[in-house]
Write a protein of this length. Structure first.
Length: 152
């Protein structure tokens, strides 16, 4: 598996991102969708990586700088035909290592509480993320949950 910084131009990456946003809207209440579209992913505070096996896209993950010591995980997505192959765990390890290299003391994320988000919550909890209060512009509802990981 090769993880590379992505420039958001490869057709496979664009298709997976489109699927990610569509699925977020299909599984979340309208006011609970925080998945970024292509414009949002081009924010200079955000870096996206893609994971590949040869020419096959395996998955995506992004890191957003909230401030000099705090980062946010965004757009974690495994390609549907690559599930249960360790793609998400490898991408998460890459993003945590990048956050540490940037000097972040904390890494946070927001995710859903319903069944489609259970595998993501399990993965985050397995590496030490713990439930937290909201951060940034997020507000907690019955549908969402925030997590944080101390990196110090």
């Amino acid at each position: 598996m090769r993880i590379v910084r992505d420039d958001l131009t490869h057709p496979a990456v664009l298709a997976l991102l489109d699927m990610h946003v569509r699925e977020a809207h299909a599984t979340s209440p309208a006011d609970g969708v925080f998945a970024l579209d292509l414009t949002g992913l081009r924010d200079p505070a955000l870096t996206l990586w893609s994971a590949w096996d040869g020419e096959t896209l395996l998955g995506l993950g992004a890191l957003k700088e909230l401030d000099a010591t705090h980062g946010e995980l965004k757009s974690m997505r495994t390609a549907p035909d690559q599930l249960r192959r360790g793609v998400a765990a490898a991408m998460l390890a890459h993003l945590i290592a990048e956050a540490r290299a940037r000097g972040y003391q904390r890494l946070s994320l927001e995710t859903g509480t319903n069944a489609p988000f259970a595998p993501a919550r399990a993965l985050y909890e397995a590496v030490g993320f713990v439930p937290s209060g909201p951060f940034g512009d997020y507000k907690l509802t019955d549908f969402n949950r925030c997590y944080t990981l101390a990196l110090g």
